[in-house]
Design a binder for this molecule. Sequence first.
Ligand code: DGL
Length: 267
Amino acid sequence: MHTNPIGVFDSGVGGLSVLREIRKQLPEEDLLYVADSAHAPYGDKPKEFILERSTAIIDFFVHQNVKAIVVACNTATGAAVKELRPKYTLPIIAMEPAVKPASERSQTGVIGVLATSRTIDSNNFQILFARFANQVNILPKACPGLVEQVERGDLCSDKTRALIAQYVQPLLEQNVDTIVLGCTHYPFLAPLIQEIAGSSVTVIDSGSAIARELKSRLGKHTLLSNRSHHGSVQFWSSDVTGTAKHIISKLWEAEIDVINLPERVPA
Ligand code: DGL
């Protein structure tokens, strides 16, 4: 069981930002990644749809004999994880925006959280918000359109820059000194977000914390790989437009192959 792969998925290519942290911290593990790009963004879909897609992808991973699942999507975490956990015996690791480290390091006591509207409206986020509300002033900012820019591999055009400035500027005016990236697509925009926010602002995401959490959960279940060589990484996408290989290769910074995600999981 300990050499079985780990399944990581997102509404699209954003979860690759989590996958690269997992690869860094757990190089001996075999990793399977599903980008549900045909259905991205999840943020504007009903909760039931997100639950249905997440269930289909996890069933696909179960069919591939994974030993653990990483929901590398804040939106799917907020919309579906509570319902998913009781359905599976596998460890399921899910996202949490990095509000805790942000609140610990903020000097101005004001932090911004960039995320999808669905994440900001989720119960999980409200609970997180309430946990830190007496330590720090948290300013959530929904960022419609940013997921789509990353899905297109457009990380630095004028349009992407204008969208980021539109979302970040009001936060800066309210004295934010730390910006939390509460969507796994946004770390690919971190250089531009940092440039627009300026060097006095810290930009943080949860990728490495999630990889640490995965490592600790696998350790507890004695599921860590005992190989001494590097594991493999395989990519699937539900996108049938033919651009998945190009975009994923660009974000993964290596020429990789992408397999079409089957419509239905074989029984
Ligand atoms: N990467 C997803 C997240 O972390 C994007 C959400 C979406 O598809 O709307 O929230």
